[in-house]
Design a protein around this ligand. Structure first.
Ligand code: PLP
Length: 407
């Protein structure tokens, strides 16, 4: 029996660590074990120097000062620190935050906590294409609004928000602009100063660095922004985030940023060709295929596709020994929950649970895309052959008019 092929098209969940990143990290586990906060011996100095260097590499990627980079354990922590930290810091200015229904749970759940702490949060709908309507956004701003939190690019659909326009709105109304840019940093240009973002959250493991290390960009000039620390301790990271720095992780994160800065344009050009090949092949080979979200303002390596009347989790079982992707539904103990992101785009339950997210990455090859086209096309055909719903649909029966028995 031949070894099953393993094709990884779930790079929005996490990316493999680039081997060049791993090589850079290795000496910091044993040969250079210092604590970056140890000021009295060469081990500490070496570690501090390595952290400073990585901080510069990451700052260069964002075109900001290294003094504006706060290291954390990942984007979840960065989102928590930005939202709760700004809410506490600017309590005298107001208590209202505006965000979108399509944000990551790290943002939505931080906002839920802020509501428990006495804050007021508006969760705005998005348009059918996944983007925010700027007029609706402006209309939601009130005298007590302190911050708008909108992600740069969506993890499920790859849809990119109108960042500059949102930044201009925030500047006009004198409010903070926070962005979870986890899916965008290192893949497309993300310069916070250019678009007017004051707080930017991101993580190493979505850009070919190691897991467990992330950062928050905090603007230091025009305006000078501060966030209240959420962890008490040694006062590391300019008092905003205590805790011994993950030196090997940070060194790897820095190298990942350096590589991304040099290679992201070429990666994006190559991956958008492969992504389009995949998408076009499905549209040609298979009936009733729908791409979810705006396809013009979209990350180059992502496509989210609904195969009508084919339940995504079931479809995945036909090929998941060979191809790793994500479906638009989460298996809870009792049922299939359609993705709240796709529901917010106005998809019905059936189209949401019929969706598959393909996220390509730096190590994806054309051969893998060709194999994926074949495997998924076969899978969809197989599922539809077995499906009475598909048969009824093909016979022209209006499925919405059918009275389904309770079960
Ligand atoms: C992955 C992800 C996160 C969480 O990042 P961690 O580093 O795993 O905590 C937050 N936001 C978005 C948009 C993500 O894709």
């Amino acid at each position: 029996m031949s070894k099953p092929i393993q094709i990884y098209l779930d790079n929005n969940a996490t990316t493999p660590c680039d081997p060049r990143v791993v090589d850079t990290m290795l000496p910091f586990f044993y040969e250079m074990p210092g604590n970056a906060a140890s000021r009295s011996h060469p081990f500490g100095w070496q570690a501090e120097e390595a952290v400073d260097y990585a901080r510069e590499q990451i700052a260069d990627l964002l075109a900001v000062s290294s003094k504006e980079i706060i290291f954390t354990s990942g984007a979840t922590e960065s989102d928590n620190l930005a939202l709760k930290g700004a809410f506490e810091m600017y309590a005298r200015k107001g208590n209202h935050i505006i965000t979108l229904k399509t944000e990551h749970k790290a943002v939505l759940d931080s906002c839920k906590k802020i509501e428990k702490m006495g804050g007021e949060v508006t969760y705005l709908d998005v348009e059918r294409d996944g983007r925010v309507d700027l007029n609706k956004l402006e209309a939601a701003i009130k005298p007590n609004t302190i911050m708008i939190s909108i992600m740069w690019a969506n993890n499920e659909t790859g849809v990119i928000q109108p960042m500059k326009e949102i930044g201009d709105l925030c500047a006009k109304h004198g409010i903070l602009f926070m962005s979870d840019a986890t899916q965008a940093v290192g893949k497309i240009k993300t310069h916070p100063k250019e678009v007017g973002v004051h707080l930017l959250a991101f993580t190493s493991h979505k850009m070919y660095g190691p897991k467990g290390v992330g950062a928050l960009y905090v603007s230091r000039k025009n305006p000078r922004v501060k966030v209240t620390s959420q962890l008490d301790g040694g006062g590391h990271e300019r008092g905003m985030r205590s805790g011994t720095l993950n030196v090997p992780g940070i060194v790897g994160f820095g190298k990942a940023a350096y590589i991304a800065n040099k290679e992201m344009e070429a990666d994006a050009a190559r991956l958008s060709v492969l992504r389009d090949k995949l998408e076009n092949a499905f549209k040609q080979n298979i009936e009733e295929v729908y791409v979810n979200g705006n396809t013009e303002h979209r990350m180059p390596h992502v496509t989210n596709i609904s195969f009508k009347h084919v339940e995504g989790e079931g479809l995945m079982m036909t090929f998941n020994q060979n191809v790793a992707v994500s479906s638009g539904s989460a298996c809870t103990s009792a049922s299939l929950e359609p993705s709240y992101v796709l529901m917010a785009l106005g998809l019905g339950d059936d189209m949401a649970v019929s969706s598959i997210r393909f996220s390509l990455g730096r190590f994806t090859t054309e051969e893998e895309i060709d194999q994926t086209i074949k495997l998924i096309t076969d899978g969809v055909n197989h599922m539809r052959e077995l499906s009475p719903i598909w048969e009824m649909f093909k016979e022209g029966i209006d499925l919405d008019a059918v009275e389904w028995a309770e079960h």
